[in-house]
Design a protein around this ligand. Structure first.
Ligand SMILES: [Mn+2]
Length: 323
């Protein structure tokens, strides 16, 4: 018979997931098996090999998307603590589930954990909020802890760097695997100390800058009246930066629509689409035509066969012209 309770920590590999777990473990230390991945790798709960009496803590991954695995764990008698802000669907009513879920648009998982811990590790919640692009909420939270503008600016950059690290189309594209990043970060109580003295942070910062610079220098463009298609070279840097670069273009040229394309392993394309900032419409419907998904303002296509590039270009022009 097994007697020791095992702990599994399952978390999104972005800034929010990492900082949510870190707050929790600073207050409630535990030896845990860590399960995480790239930002879009969210079917993580199925990887947990837990038995009756074990405990699983889940952070920042959609319950709806992990429902089957969750039901199986609860059925076995595993206790599951679930913190999240993504669409959850109806919650299972099993007694083993302790869920703190809030899908209102101005919270992130790090802020939910902050509430749960009564703000005892607030600087990390601020990092989480900046990472999830909730800058206003991050500043408000920081102000309650007396943080001045320069301190907040550093937490913002840290949040953005941690978040950037989770992007890539495969683990080989990543600067460092989020599990290893969490292990480094978990040695620090103070996020400012972590950012200024941990070598991996200098690497994240430098790589993010270099990736954006090379995207600006090394590209092919297809210019259309409604906007541009930008083809980046076949590199890990391109695959990491695709979304961030599309955001940068959308901000710089608010009248224009943008599609940033990177070659995948079969030399087909993965695409990030941004609608013009002035008219946030059409990105989702365009991408859906090619098996993609997303929101009206920002959407993507995982796999576009290169033989369909002309068709995509025409559809891009038509979607944003008809507005
Ligand atoms: Mn999040």
């Amino acid at each position: 018979m097994r007697s020791a309770t095992r702990q599994f920590d399952v978390f999104n590999g972005d800034a929010d997931g990492i900082c949510a777990l870190h707050q929790l473990r600073l207050e409630q230390p535990a030896q845990a098996t860590l399960i995480t991945g790239r930002k879009r790798e969210i079917a993580l709960l199925e990887r947990v090999q837990a038995e009756a009496g074990d405990r699983v803590t889940v952070l920042d991954i959609s319950l709806a998307r992990n429902r089957t695995a969750l039901d199986a764990l609860l059925q076995k008698g595993v206790r599951v603590d679930y913190f999240d802000h993504h669409q959850a669907g109806e919650l299972p009513s099993q007694p083993g589930l302790h869920a703190i879920i809030d899908t209102t648009p101005d919270v992130c998982t790090g802020m939910l954990v902050d509430r749960f811990l009564h703000g005892r590790q607030r600087p990390w919640a601020v990092v989480a909020a900046f990472g999830d692009n909730l800058a206003e909420q991050a500043r408000a939270l920081g102000a309650t802890a007396g943080m001045a503008a320069p301190q907040l600016a550093l937490l913002q950059e840290l949040g953005e760097c941690l978040n950037y690290n989770a992007y890539g189309d495969s683990d080989e594209d990543l600067i460092i695997h989020p599990r290893r990043l969490y292990e480094r970060l978990s040695r620090y109580r103070d996020p400012w100390k972590f950012f200024s003295s941990e070598p991996v942070c200098a690497r994240l910062r430098a790589t993010r800058t270099t990736d954006l610079t090379s995207a600006n220098l090394d590209q092919k463009r297809i210019e259309l009246a409604v906007g541009s298609l930008i083809l980046l070279p076949d590199t890990a840097a391109s695959r990491r930066v695709r979304g961030a670069f599309a955001n940068q273009l959308a901000t710089a040229f608010p009248e224009q629509a943008h599609a940033v394309l990177t070659p995948d392993r079969q030399q087909d394309y993965t695409i990030s689409v941004r609608a013009p900032k002035r008219r946030l419409r059409g990105a989702d419907t365009l991408c859906a035509l090619f098996g993609g998904s997303g929101r009206a303002a920002a959407a993507g296509i995982d796999h576009l066969p290169r033989t369909r590039l002309t068709e995509f270009t025409e559809a891009f022009a038509a979607s944003f012209r008809d507005q």
